[in-house]
Design a protein around this ligand. Sequence first.
Ligand code: 3AT
Ligand code: MG
Length: 333
Amino acid sequence: RFQRNKRPCRYDIDQFTPSFMSIFESLVPSDEEISKQKRLWTTLSRLINKEWPNSKLYLYGSCANSFGFSNSDIDLCLSIDDMEMSKADIILKLADILHAGNLQNIQALTRARVPIVKLMDPNTGLCCDICVNNLLAVVNTKLLRDYSQIDKRLRPLAFIVKHWAKSRCVNETYQGTLSSYAYVIMCIYFLQSQAILPCLQEMEPTYYATVDNNICAYFDQVDKLTGFGAQRKDTVSRLLWAFFHYWAYKHNYTKDVISIRTGRIISKNMKDWTRRVGNDRHLICIEDPFETSHDLGRVVDSNTIWILREEFERAADILQYDPNPSVTLFEPY
Ligand code: 3AT
Ligand code: MG
């Protein structure tokens, strides 16, 4: 491991950037698909507003954070201030409203960790999940989208990492591997460490939101930051190599927490994440940018940590040696 940690990147890595970029482009949703999603969002907003005039429906997750693949489900969040009703009752009433609006395959999952209503729109075939009052997710969606506008290498890097994770079956939180959200945060952290992205939460705030006693504040005038990383000329394929090389050979899994909030590594000690508490094992530590007591790696267990680390090594080695990395990287598990 020590020897491989010192290994320099292959001299011809840059020649693979065009093929990785065409994979990225093939995954991006078309403008037509995006306007279809927006139309469904508008239709649902109107339908729900008739019943609950003071509610607001937000688009969040991959459809709104700029890291969504084509054909992905739509994540919506209903913000509603109703002291009388429990979350489960709101979910059930929401399901009734959707029934009356002729939406199909409606399922109210009131007992899930995040309670949601699932639905399918028969006109477009699009599927949606609607959660209730999960505004932190709406705010972290904006943070991710804002980062994506600063340097144009972030989106291709994160799309390829997500595509790799899906192909290799390491994007399944209920099976002990990481969420798409966690992978995007890992990419942002990595580009911060390369001085390609700034740390928006360490700058003078221009955006503020208070969500359940969490103050979320950061610099969001990202149009003033384009060109921030322009001094760094690394191509997407070189960054991909370095990303996997970092997680395979350089990250200190016993001591370190990655944090895009600070743009730095912080110590597990400082966060008291050195031992297992309940089901949180902290075997790979990824701090949530706003809910800082929340480790996005907490789903990983003593088995899946090795699955993940072996996949990082496999990816790093393919980018190092394989004659056809843009094919081999995504071979199904
Ligand atoms: P897919 O393209 O659907 O795989 P996604 O970006 O929709 O990716 P997720 O399904 O992982 O990502 O999550 C949907 C959104 O929910 C993304 C983020 O705003 C929020 N979210 C997900 N996991 C967490 C978490 N552990 N803590 C806080 N917010 C989260
Ligand atoms: Mg999603």
